[in-house]
Write a protein that binds this ligand. Structure first.
Ligand SMILES: NC(=O)c1ccc[n+]([C@@H]2O[C@H](COP(=O)([O-])OP(=O)(O)OC[C@H]3O[C@@H](n4cnc5c(N)ncnc54)[C@H](O)[C@@H]3O)[C@@H](O)[C@H]2O)c1
Length: 490
């Protein structure tokens, strides 16, 4: 089958490469010429484990190509819409302008009888907007097939998905929905035959399944983070609490790990979009609920800064602080709404000398936040630190040897905001260890006799002094420069 994938970001590039690996002939279309050029060299323009290999396979077989020209999608039988639906700059709602623009660009090139299938995450009712855009093409089929892949495991999630959701006209069993159901079955044939569950429903249900799934995941994370706050207030340990709760099969232990909370290009904006949808549909309970989930999540960031301040005896100004992690989660270089960078910025704003390191996300972070200091080498980043914060739980930070790191830092203090370190091992090596909700809210060791610099002195530090000492070898792709300097939305 000839297929086009419109929008080749974290979702679209993986989807295009996966479809090619299933034997389809796929063209990926994107308006970002640098991204397309990069993809056409057979390299992912971002870090996603396994994607480079899948792309190269697609090029070797001749089944995969990328273009900026929508005319190259003209003979495709199916067009998957995978463009971004970010939070609007002025409200909680999703910005659908990319989706509308992509559909309009595609319209003049669609072959007779082609299918347009959305995969982006959208508010309920979005398909109706697309339907009206396509109203003059009664021959064109419309479907909605929300995507559930997770960055970091996106290739595996696409090759072996949990389930398929097909939103079709009229829903399950309706004659009007049969043609697009048949098209999607043909696209995913090997996976459907292998027994991956496939649910057919109407458009509103398909749109809501994705929003509700993300709302539930966010709720679970914010629930356990609220429990972490209770644990800190009561002397309980949230890691033991969540382990015990998670053993109940009705609860389960996934997404039940307390820490700095969620970020990235999906959950935060999807929670806010869900609030806006609930308001528009006059369902205030969902609006209020999601509002609490969002604020608990954002509070984890300021709580982390407060614990850091407490560990520094009330003064962050002038302290040398190392932040481990810039990506919003491990195994990605994506820094969209990264909790780690939000905390780093808050620490810097309080006058701390912050050095951020990350195995993959330094280039993206440096371009976006030139006011922070970045260091590619973990060892060099740790040298002279008075406080270390573990903010993104990459394996290489989990596996750090407390004894080896002790030889690098000026003061053995670590704030493990992801609750992943072996606290006992670190304490045995002479470290003061704090987590979030781990009952370690006791006072900082009396041996810490450092006299902090005054805030006034710290405030005099010229911003230019915090410069980049090293930028790691990049994969050559640079996001649009317009992204520079954008501050995480709060
Ligand atoms: N990233 C994920 O893990 C994930 C998972 C499931 C669903 N989603 C959803 O998928 C959608 C895309 O997310 P993403 O993370 O891939 O975003 P992204 O920003 O990485 O990619 C979007 C791409 O669309 C391109 N684009 C924008 N306007 C275009 C146009 N008019 N024509 C062609 N291309 C255009 C951009 O250049 C960009 O490359 C969002 O709705 C998101 O919520 C993402």
């Amino acid at each position: 089958m000839k297929i086009s994938v419109i929008g080749c970001g974290y979702l679209g590039a993986v989807h295009a490469a996966t479809l090619a690996s299933m034997g389809h002939s796929v063209v990926g279309i994107d308006v970002d010429a640098a991204k397309v050029a990069h993809l056409n060299k057979g390299f992912a323009p971002f870090h996603e484990p396994g994607l480079d290999e899948l792309l190269r396979d697609g090029f070797t077989t001749g089944r995969l190509s990328f273009s900026t020209d929508f005319a190259d999608a003209a003979d495709a039988q199916v067009h998957f819409l995978c463009v971004g639906t970010p939070q609007s700059k002025t409200s909680d709602t999703a910005d659908l302008s990319y989706l509308v623009a992509a559909t309009k660009s595609l319209l003049p090139h669609m072959a007779k009888g082609a299918a347009v299938v959305g995969k982006s995450t959208v508010p309920v009712g979005t398909v109706e907007i697309l339907r009206s855009l396509l109203s003059r093409r009664s021959d064109v089929l419309l479907g909605w097939n929300p995507e559930f892949l997770r960055q970091g495991t996106a290739v595996k999630d696409s090759l072996v998905p949990d389930r398929f959701v097909y939103g079709v006209p009229g829903g399950k069993g309706a004659a009007a929905g049969a043609p697009v159901t048949a098209v999607l079955d043909a696209v995913y044939e090997p996976l459907v035959l292998a027994g991956i569950p496939r649910l057919v429903c109407n458009f509103a249900t398909a749109e809501l399944i994705k929003s509700a799934s993300n709302a539930f995941l966010a709720t679970k994370l914010s629930f356990i983070n609220a429990m972490a706050e209770l644990c800190d207030a009561s002397g309980a340990d949230v890691t033991e609490l969540s382990e015990a709760m998670g053993l109940d099969p009705r609860i389960g232990n996934r997404y039940l790990h307390a820490g700095l909370g969620f970020g990235g290009g999906c959950l935060p904006k999807d929670v806010r979009s869900f609030r806006a949808q609930a308001r528009a549909l006059s369902v205030p309970s969902v609006d209020e609920w999601m509002g609490v989930v969002d604020s608990i999540n954002l509070d984890q960031r300021s709580r982390t800064v407060e614990v850091a301040r407490d560990m520094c005896r009330g003064f962050l100004a002038g302290r040398t602080v190392t932040v481990l992690g810039a990506a919003f989660k491990p195994d990605t270089d994506d820094i969209r709404d990264s909790p780690a960078l939000d905390v780093a910025l808050q620490l810097a704003a309080a006058g701390a000398h912050v050095t951020v390191t990350d195995p993959k996300a330094i280039n993206n972070a440096w371009m976006r936040y030139p006011q922070l200091r970045f260091e590619a080498s973990t060892t060099r980043a740790l040298e002279g630190a008075e406080l270390v914060l573990l903010l993104t739980e990459w394996d290489e930070y989990r596996d750090l040897s407390p004894t080896a790191v002790a030889g690098l830092v000026r003061r053995r203090m670590v704030l493990d905001a992801r609750n992943v370190l072996d606290a006992e091992a670190w304490r045995t090596a002479g470290w003061t260890v704090r987590g979030l909700g781990t009952g370690s809210a006791a006072a900082v060791e009396a041996t810490d006799s450092h006299q902090p610099a005054t805030s006034a002195a710290a405030a005099k530090e010229p911003a230019a002094a915090r410069t980049i000492t090293e930028v790691p070898p990049s994969n050559g792709y640079r996001p649009a420069q317009s992204a520079r300097g954008v501050v995480t939305p709060r």
